[in-house]
Ligand binder design. Sequence first.
Ligand code: NAD
Ligand code: UDP
Length: 322
Amino acid sequence: MFRHLNKSILVTGGAGFLGSHLCERLIEMGHDVICVDNFYTGTKENVAHLRDHPRFELIRHDVCFPLYIEVEEIYNLACPASPIHYQHDPVQTTKTSVHGAINMLGLAKRVGAKILQASTSEVYGDPEIHPQDESYWGRVNPTGLRACYDEGKRCAETLFFDYYRQHGLKIKVARIFNTYGPRMHPKDGRVVSNFITQALSEAPVTMFGDGTQTRSFCYVDDLIDGLIRLMDSPDDVIGPVNLGNPGEFTMLQLAQLILEMTGSRSELVFEPLPSDDPVQRQPDISLARQMLEWSPSIELAEGLGFTIAYFREMLENQGFGN
Ligand code: NAD
Ligand code: UDP
């Protein structure tokens, strides 16, 4: 029997940084893509190049409310991801993760769709084990400033697994580690975009704490490849699966590399470390290697090159805004 390869796919948060790259890749693969976003942190410009494509549809919608459409797969990415954005309206952040998961799981159940959750390394909190593998339950402060995001995402994982056990849904849970690249919002406060925009405009580079805390940075193209491999994996691969680049760097090393690559004379200014800021973070990606045959291929310097070029062009054309 003829089996069509083209699928109808919903991407929530599709006008955001990761979502827009995912929509683009899925369109290139020949799928029909419905992008749902309330433009809280994402923008129409991020998907402007897809707008006139016959297999692309953009819907303004808040995932905290039910959605009635017909799709075969759902990538649930809707949620602000940078600390300043998710802490701006923390109640809304928890609602987006929890009510958003309930509504998208309800949709998946009604139409029999497979559904993938964009979870996060933040479920590990400030970890006691290093690197973090998926068996680690995490160390999250449930009442701290990051809790709206961390606990919201943890609860969403719980909902995914309960819909799987209770209703037999086809689920996939990806735990995404720090990802960077073009289309990050220049003002969203994440470290890569902050350091690059500061370096390019010769402004002070804001180092929080003493800069010895570590993160592991994955380039967006690698991450999108991992998400699609997870969605396309056999039904018994449900995760959670870590997706990230194990290359680990201190924030001081990151700043130095960006200053070198931009040729900037910006100076470092040291500011207080935000509360509950994890000391170290590095994914153990053995499971992704084994189950998805996936590992990132773009090293930090190469990915930063693409990202610096993107922000340099933005600075020349429109600036970074106020
Ligand atoms: P982003 O802020 O650029 O994108 C999030 C998108 O969700 C935005 O377009 C925003 O407008 C939309 N959104 C927010 N609330 C919504 C709501 N209630 N209804 C509909 N749309 C809503 O962030 P991103 O970096 O692209 O992150 C995408 C997803 O990946 C998030 O779920 C995030 O938690 C997860 N994630 C990202 C990273 C990373 O490093 N980028 C790491 C871990 C997890
Ligand atoms: N950070 C920094 N300067 C900045 C922004 C962030 O030193 O201008 C630090 C931040 O304190 C954290 C790390 O960089 O230790 C990564 O921050 P980001 O917000 O990008 O991601 P997350 O903390 O969620 O991993």
